[in-house]
Each structure stands twice: as structure tokens, then as C-alpha cells.
Unconditional design. Structure first.
Length: 147
């Protein structure tokens, strides 16, 4: 550690401490989240990470339609929906199915060939045994078969 400090340390231009104190109004846990903006639909739902969240409210439904909300995802995967700085209650309405990946036309044939397995019929399948060429009974002639 001393060697590292000796090689890479620099003296500051000023001894003034530029850190600010953390106030009670600053919510550190909320500040350190991944935040995205969403617009609430007519049925009071939003979509985030392939999950449809239904907003639960006592207000009239028209009050929150088309409102901008902030979706906060914390490091421990907790989701909070904020409207004007206040957290909204929600329920998970529907988890959407995973969509298939988009392939270029060049990779499509290779991908299909990997998925598709050639069908090989069983050894006792009629197509594998071939057709029987002999007729049962005495040796037949075409003239005797027609009647």
C-alpha cells in the first residue's frame, strides 16, 4: 500500500473539503437506484422489465391517466413507482412471456438446422424393410390375376 501511495499519490490544489452533508430530505437509498420514466396508461398500468404493474389508488382513475411516473430499481431488485416524489402502491398484473431473439437472414438457416433434428424411422418401420416382391400361393401369372 505504501508503494502504491508513493507512486500514484498527488497533492491536492486546495485543502478545502468539497463534500456536502447528507440532509434528512435527501433519500440516499432512492438516489442510488436505476431510474426510468414511464407514462401511466388509461387502465392505470405501466410496463417495466417485461412486467405489467397495475397502480392501486383511492383517487379517481382519471387523475393519474397519462401521468409521468419514475420507476426506481434498487440494487436488491426492489421496484418503487414514484409520482411527484411519493411512492405509489401497485400490484403485478401480468408477467409477459419472453420474446424470441431477432436473427439476421444469414444466421437463420444455421439456427434452424441446429434445432431441427433429422427424423430417422425405426428399423422395423415398413419403409425401412422394403416392399415384398413375392405373392403368396402358387406362382401367379398376370393372366390369372385379372379375374
Amino acid at each position: 500500500m505504501e508503494d502504491f501511495n508513493r507512486r500514484f499519490s498527488v497533492t491536492p490544489r486546495s485543502n478545502n473539503d468539497a463534500h456536502r452533508l447528507l440532509l434528512l430530505k435527501n433519500h440516499l437509498a432512492q438516489t442510488l437506484t436505476w431510474q426510468e420514466t414511464r407514462i401511466i396508461s388509461k387502465n392505470l398500468s405501466i410496463q417495466f422489465k417485461n412486467v405489467v404493474c397495475q397502480i392501486q389508488t383511492d383517487r379517481p382513475t382519471y387523475a393519474l391517466r397519462k401521468a409521468k411516473v419514475t420507476v426506481c430499481l434498487s440494487a436488491d431488485e426492489n421496484v418503487a413507482i414514484l409520482y411527484k416524489g411519493k411512492e405509489l402502491a401497485y400490484t403485478i398484473f401480468k408477467k409477459q412471456a419472453k420474446q424470441s431473439e431477432i436473427l439476421s437472414s444469414k444466421d437463420l438457416d444455421r439456427k434452424v438446422d441446429k434445432v431441427r433434428k433429422q427424423y430417422k424411422p425405426a428399423a422395423d418401420h415398413p419403409w425401412c424393410t422394403g416392399f415384398s416382391t413375392s405373392l403368396s400361393g402358387p406362382k401367379a401369372d398376370i393372366s390369372t390375376l385379372s379375374k
